[in-house]
Design a protein around this ligand. Sequence first.
Ligand SMILES: Nc1ncnc2c1ncn2[C@@H]1O[C@H](COP(=O)(O)OP(=O)(O)OP(=O)(O)O)[C@@H](O)[C@H]1O
Length: 286
Amino acid sequence: MTTTAAATTAPVLTATGVTMRFGGLTAVRAVDLTVHRNQIVGLIGPNGAGKTTFFNCLTGLYTPTEGTVTYRDTVLPPKPHLVTQAGIARTFQNIRLFANMTVLENVLVGRHTRTKEGLLSALLRGPAFRRAEKASEDRAMELLAFTGLAAKRDHLARNLPYGEQRRLEIARALASDPGLLLLDEPTAGMNPQETRDTEGLVLAIRDQGTAVLVIEHDMRFIFNLCDHVAVLVQGEKLVEGTPETVQRDERVIAAYLGTPFEGAPGEAEAAEVQAAEAHAAEETDR
Ligand SMILES: Nc1ncnc2c1ncn2[C@@H]1O[C@H](COP(=O)(O)OP(=O)(O)OP(=O)(O)O)[C@@H](O)[C@H]1O
């Protein structure tokens, strides 16, 4: 785990006193959170705790009732396209791909905040436009290779298996070259193998220099991957710290986990994967 080393680096994200009220309901109350470069930070908590609302405040989808969100040294305006331009990208709880576009086209759409060619240049298709187009495609192909989707570049997004659609969303988010990636339940609905692939991908994203803030209900994923974990309960931050600290905290156990998280990381998951693989092999033999 890299909490100590990472904490010495400058923060990429600083949320200060973020509060979000919907009429009489306070969904998020005075939440502070810092994410450092080279960190994977997990945000956990029961259903309705305010996790997605907090994400929406960070990405400008909601204007927080109170508080500020700072990316590196800049206080962010609550406008999603400006937040993306500043360097924060996200995925959503439900898949939001362009289903009838190809895999490559989906990633190219994610590049648009990083291309500067204007409408006239696009209409004239001059040399500068063609150079920019080629550079975008090269970068998109790099990201498809990184996410293991290069061979599927010309497939329609809607024809990909579920796990690959989720990976494509991540590739598209990475296309804006973010310094911070927000993932909202990236393994929801995945089988054990897909979950394992996603874990590898999230580690690789962190290792190549993009910090990650992830909402996830899969505690194995959270406690195996995260450098730091924050727990939201009823809109308030209950506890934060290393995975070890959080999983042993009596208040977290009482409010969310139910029982302490046990077992060597990945052990049970590995058994599930083996069982699934054995079942698949039996099906093929039949
Ligand atoms: N646009 C909205 N208008 C009114 N209330 C909302 C809105 N969005 C969220 N809420 C409420 O805010 C609270 C927090 O919801 P939120 O979706 O942020 O929780 P969550 O922790 O992400 O839950 P889950 O794990 O189930 O996704 C809930 O009571 C929810 O009903």
